[in-house]
Write a protein that binds this ligand. Structure first.
Ligand SMILES: [Zn+2]
Length: 220
């Protein structure tokens, strides 16, 4: 049975993993101080903690199809409550909105007719329409994989804009102690690109070491 795989994993966690990290879990049992709110698609191929090599307690996760953040107060619900709690109560210093390649939701945005029988999914995808409207021209080839990537990137940018409509986010931005990041994860290549508002496009994420090296080179 497929669930047996999951149960075997749980057994290995209890037997091998938990005892090794007992002290971490003892601390986490009483409190959390996550370093970021990570909003990403529910797609099973994304493992935020594996991707960022973070431990339990470091990422406050919001998993939602299409990594969509409805504008406030148009759709009060789980996403807006998660944002309010992470940003307003836990005081995370960073929010990352992470889209990904081969996203079924983005394909659905390009072909809404196919999703018509799914009332909830169709309604939810309305929040991604601004990305489509911004990009689709009369001669656009909707089946072009490059266009799907462009839509995925634009959707992340639109969701970042929507984030700023949430009062808890807006207040922290005014205080200057919250940073917003837009990422796209390329599943097949293991690469993450990030939105540069200065360049108005997605660029490869530079690690802290790469940034320091560049700074050292410019000093010498
Ligand atoms: Zn997806």
């Amino acid at each position: 049975m497929p669930v047996d795989t999951i149960l075997r994993g749980l057994k290995r966690f209890r037997k091998n993993i938990f005892p090794k990290h007992r002290e971490l879990f003892r601390k986490l049992a009483l409190q959390q101080r996550p370093t970021a709110l990570f909003i990403t698609c529910a797609d099973s191929r994304i493992d935020p903690c594996l991707l960022t090599q973070t431990k339990p307690g470091e990422l406050f996760l919001c998993r939602v199809i299409g990594n969509i953040v409805p504008r406030y107060p148009e759709s009060i619900g789980g996403v807006s409550a998660t944002i309010e709690y992470a940003v307003g109560v836990l005081g995370v210093p960073d929010v990352i909105v992470c889209g990904h390649t081969d996203c079924g939701v983005m394909k659905g945005v390009l072909n809404p007719e196919a999703l018509k029988p799914l009332a909830n999914v169709s309604a939810w995808l309305e929040h991604a329409q601004p990305a489509r409207e911004a990009l689709v021209k009369p001669d656009t080839d909707l089946n072009d994989p490059e266009f799907l990537l462009s839509l995925t990137e634009r959707n992340v940018v639109e969701q970042l804009k929507n984030l700023t409509t949430h009062p808890s986010v807006a207040a922290r931005l005014v205080q200057g102690n919250l940073k917003l990041h837009g990422w796209v994860y390329d599943i097949g290549r293991g690469i993450v690109t990030t939105y540069s508002s200065r360049k108005e496009r997605f660029v490869r994420v530079r690690t802290i070491r790469a940034r320091k090296t560049k700074a050292a080179r410019s000093r010498s």
